[in-house]
Design a protein around this ligand. Structure first.
Ligand code: ZN
Length: 205
């Protein structure tokens, strides 16, 4: 696996890349009794470390080769401080504290959607415009098996929709506007700060 050990059990995983069938399977729900097992508890710590190491704002268990309905998310203030206030406002990017979501269920709140460039640690080096619900409700079990309910809006809602897709074997490329697919380098060079309507106008004949 090429994993590096940081302590006895937890480790940084190699992130599975597109083409591996595990990314296309519907992940199995966890039995609540499994959550307290050392295997799951260590998996959560390792996924958190892998997410920080990448770095990324979310990671789903299939991305580390485990077809389980488990995901970790976090978008902290330290990371957000590197993004301009204007861009933060446009993308509705607000802090999302570290959260473990097990067996999550998603409900869209309202009809509004937003379209922004999105990438994935399992499709390293690429991005595309993806339309997502602006606000969602997530009901799940946390890392201790306790039921949680989160109402999220803006970028945190996008992060969670992306990660929950992974649990259903869905990747952003299934939802993207295909003509906007770009390398990360060209995203920075041409598209990053432009509104979706302008990007589409320049990429559609
Ligand atoms: Zn992803």
């Amino acid at each position: 696996m090429g994993a590096r050990c940081y302590q006895t059990a937890a480790m940084v995983f190699e992130i599975v890349q597109v083409g591996d069938p595990v990314l296309r399977q519907a992940a199995r729900p966890l039995d609540p009794a499994e959550i307290a097992t050392p295997f799951i508890q260590e998996l959560i710590v390792s996924m958190r470390m892998t997410m920080y190491d990448a770095p990324g704002v979310g990671l789903a268990a299939p991305q580390v080769g485990e077809s389980l309905q488990l995901t970790v998310v976090e978008d902290d203030e330290e990371h957000l401080a590197t993004i301009s206030p204007l861009r933060r406002a446009e993308t509705r990017r607000t802090p999302l504290p570290f959260t473990v979501l097990i067996n999550p269920k998603l409900t869209p709140l309202g009809d509004e959607t937003d379209e922004f460039f999105e990438g994935c640690l399992s499709l390293e080096g690429y991005s595309a415009l993806v339309r997502r619900h602006r606000a969602v409700r997530v009901e799940a079990l946390d890392g201790r098996g306790k039921p949680i309910k989160l109402d999220l809006e803006g970028w945190p809602a996008r992060i969670v929709q992306h990660e929950l897709d992974h649990l259903a074997g869905v990747l952003y490329v299934d939802r993207m506007d295909t003509r906007t697919f770009t390398t990360g380098e060209n995203l920075g060079r041409w598209w990053k700060a432009r509104p979706a309507s302008e990007v589409r106008a320049r990429l559609t004949p």
